[in-house]
Design a binder for this molecule. Structure first.
Ligand code: SF4
Length: 75
């Protein structure tokens, strides 16, 4: 049951094959995404309800459609 709840927890994933490190997500959701000086994109994987709007804005803004959001709505 615990594992099942973890799977359903709202979360972000980024498709590294698609991500071109434009950083638009960071501008839309600076609390969730950071483009590091070493060129890596870091992001918070688990979302709280207060993060939903920012996460959705970041996903919409990504020119590569690399951001996938799961568990934010009833599925
Ligand atoms: S906006 Fe999309 S392509 Fe750009 S860094 Fe973020 S996830 Fe990668």
């Amino acid at each position: 049951m615990k594992a099942r709840n973890r799977l359903r927890a709202p979360r972000i994933s980024v498709d590294k094959d698609r991500c071109e490190l434009f950083g638009t997500c960071m501008w839309e959701a600076p609390r969730l995404f950071t483009l590091e000086k070493d060129g890596r994109l870091r992001y918070r994987r688990q979302l709280a309800e207060t993060d939903y709007a920012e996460a959705a804005a970041a996903a919409r803004s990504c020119p590569m459609q690399a951001i996938v959001l799961r568990g934010m709505t009833d599925e």
